[in-house]
Design a protein around this ligand. Sequence first.
Ligand SMILES: [Cu+2]
Length: 132
Amino acid sequence: MRKSLVILLLGLFTHAAQALDDVVSVKLEAQSNSGQNGTATLMPEGDTTRVVIEIPNMPAGVAQPAHIHLGRCDKLDKAPKWRLEDVVGGRSVTVVPVPLDVILKDRTAINVHKSAAEAQIYVSCGNIIGTM
Ligand SMILES: [Cu+2]
């Protein structure tokens, strides 16, 4: 009885460690002198992926569009591949309707735009690089 409990717990810990390994962290680097460095975290959730963006240094009262684009920060495809929730108050949380594997299959990056009105100005970007 006790032995099976230990085995069950070991199984749970192994599963948790596995899930942590699958999380992809992206370092967002400021662009256009915005000072907006931050992080993005991509977490697999079955057939979807939760993307959390955190940018501490945000201009007040602005909603900044964010996307996953094909390409890398130095040469992004202009058309967004997946739209993310606007970054408001330094934070954006989106459940993207595809598995993380699909996002990692191509060369992609997360970018943040200055505002909807000034979307052509990129203020932060980070390349999505998987570990698998
Ligand atoms: Cu974009």
